[in-house]
Design a protein around this ligand. Structure first.
Ligand code: NZQ
Ligand code: ZN
Length: 383
């Protein structure tokens, strides 16, 4: 196990009816900006619950944060927050709203042009305090310090980390899942699954507890995802899904282990260039990554085959191949198409992505050996 330092300051408030706790969780002397997305919170009653809980607070609102939050929209909110002298941000939404709010919180304390800390991830250090009411399990943004922001004008989707952006608290009410479109349940399951794989399926780190945690989350997802796709009103399945998503990217399974993240980095480019949902990009790219990198990941792929899919028969190669195909089948079973050609994406996009990584001088993967030409091989594999 590698050396590590772990600290995660986010208070989790989990369960049915917990949005009401906002009244006691948000300091009463703050001027609050509630941020939200395209309006789902008005249809499922979450907005009403938030407003009722904050009826004695000073509250402003900013809506319209898009999926894959847009820089220009967020900068409008920054201007409004400055004008109204906001001192607390409450994100009510999914990863896009929470990420966008982290950007707003950081931009409000940043002296220069906020594009700087996105273009060149640099330690930012400061942010306005923020908290979240999560409405879709997927990204783990509710309990981490990361944020991903798109700037469509430049066809860029970039991330930054800021320790001051861990939400002060996050409210996780699993009943939010009841109103999710099936497509978003599938996206969230896949995002959670790949978050685990990016931190688990590398090389052997002798980190036994982290491995069992990771496998526990994967098995939970394999078990509950088909049930949720049929019936998204089973509270316990919803609770297990929501908790899995948070645990997949709040730092727990990353302690002391090597991490990959190649799939996320490549997938981000597909969103930047073609606007594909984040979860969809991962479902496309991941089977390519584990196929092309299977020698580097050999031991862990075997462990994954045996412990997660209970594949005990056959040669090692057969077990690995079976585990790779079962992984891809899991994504398609959720109704997601996993080939680039399903989205009319061809060689020109593949070459543009290769060019971008070349230009940035990036190598990816847990061994830092996924070069731009291997990225081409990965994408050709999933064409
Ligand atoms: O905008 P509204 O109207 O609210 O609708 C949203 C949106 O259209 C809808 N939705 C959310 N909760 C709902 C609901 N609809 C009905 N009922 C509910 N309860 O779902 C749609 C997608 O929302 P979004 O927030 O975009 O989804 P997600 O949570 O998957 O977030 C994706 C973004 O997070 C980034 C992704 O790159 C992408 O930009 N990520 C953030 C990470 C992080 N901060 O750590 C890590 C991830 O790997 C990821 O990159
Ligand atoms: Zn993700």
């Amino acid at each position: 196990m590698n050396n590590f330092i772990f600290q995660n300051p986010t208070k989790l408030v989990f369960g049915k009816g917990q949005i009401a706790r906002l009244s006691e969780l948000v300091p009463s002397d703050k001027k609050i900006m509630i941020t939200y997305g395209g309006g789902s919170i008005f249809k499922n009653g979450i907005y009403d619950q938030v407003k009722a809980a904050l009826k004695n607070h000073t509250v402003y609102e900013f809506g319209g944060i898009e999926p894959n939050p847009e820089y220009e929209t967020l900068m409008k909110c920054v201007a409004e927050c400055k004008e109204k002298e906001i001192d607390f941000l409450l994100a009510v939404g999914g990863g896009s709203v929470i990420d966008g709010t982290k950007f707003i919180a950081t931009a409000l304390t940043w002296e220069g042009d906020p594009w700087e800390f996105l273009r060149q991830p640099i330690p930012t250090g400061n942010a306005l305090p923020l908290a979240a009411v999560l409405t879709i399990p997927a990204t783990g943004s509710e309990m981490n310090n990361g944020s991903v922001v798109s700037r469509r004008e430049f066809k860029e989707k970039l991330f930054f980390f800021n320790d001051a952006c861990y939400p002060k608290f996050s409210i996780l009410d699993p009943t939010a899942i009841y109103s999710l479109p099936k497509k978003q349940i599938a996206n969230g399951v896949i995002d959670t699954y790949i978050h685990v794989m990016e931190q688990y399926l590398t090389y052997d780190n002798n980190a036994s507890v982290q491995d069992y945690w990771a496998e526990g989350i994967l098995k939970t997802l394999l078990d509950i995802a088909p049930k949720l796709m049929k019936d998204q009103h089973d509270y316990d399945n919803c609770a297990n899904f929501m908790y899995s998503a948070t645990m997949a990217l709040n730092g727990f399974i990353a302690m002391g282990v090597a991490t990959d993240w190649a799939t996320h980095m490549i997938g981000q480019e597909l969103t930047a260039l073609h606007g594909l949902d984040h979860g969809v990009t991962l479902a496309i790219v991941y089977p390519g990554v584990i196929s092309v990198m299977h020698e580097d990941k050999r031991n862990k792929l075997l462990q994954y085959a045996e412990r997660v899919f209970n594949i005990c028969d056959g040669t090692d190669d057969e077990k690995i191949n079976k585990a790779i195909s079962l992984t891809a089948e899991f994504f398609t079973s959720l109704g997601v198409k996993i080939r680039l050609s399903d989205y009319n994406i061809g060689d020109d996009t593949i070459e543009e992505i290769v060019r971008r990584f070349d230009e940035r001088n990036f190598v990816l993967g847990e061994n830092g050996n996924i070069t731009p030409s291997m990225i081409r091989e990965i994408l050709q594999h999933v064409k």
